[in-house]
Design a protein around this ligand. Sequence first.
Ligand SMILES: [Zn+2]
Length: 170
Amino acid sequence: MFLAFPWQPVQAYKYAGYRWGGSFPKVGANTSGLLINAWRTSASDAIGSWNNAGAQFNFYSQDGSANKMGYYYEQSDVLAYAKTYRRYVFSGDIVKAEIYVNNFHNFNPPYTSGAWHDLRTVRRHEYGHWLRLDHSQVQAAVMYYAIPHNTVKNLAADDINGTRYIYGAR
Ligand SMILES: [Zn+2]
C-alpha cells in the first residue's frame, strides 16, 4: 500500500491554498465534546505539537469555541476527518474548523492491546488539515495519508517546514 507511484520524486508538504487570517492567528479548540479525560489529553498533546513547531500560529483550549471535536461511527478505513469553513463559501480566510473521529476503529487511548491507532497521531494529522496542510508524500510526516497500526508519529521536519511556510517562522 506504500508503493504507489515510486517513480515520482518524493514531494514535501503541500499547502492547500488558504488559511486562518491575521499575521499571527490564535485559534481556540473546543475539546468539551470529548467525554473521556484521556481523549481531551490527546487533543491538547496534538495542539501542543503544532504550537511547538515554531510557526506564527497558536492553538489554545477554548470550551466555548465553534471549533469542535466529535465522533461518528462508520465501517470504513477512514480514521477521522477534518472540515474547515471559509468566511464565504469559496473564498476568504478560515473562520471555523471541526474534527470527527471514526469510533469504528480502536484508538489508543483507551485500547492498548491488539491492533490500535494512536489517537494523538491521528489528531496531529487532523489539526494539520486545520492549518491547511494537505497530504505529504513524505512517509515520516504526520501529514502522510495513512497511519499504520500501533504507530506513534510526532511532527517531522516536513510538517514543521509546511506550517512555517504557511504562517511564517516565529
Ligand atoms: Zn488527511
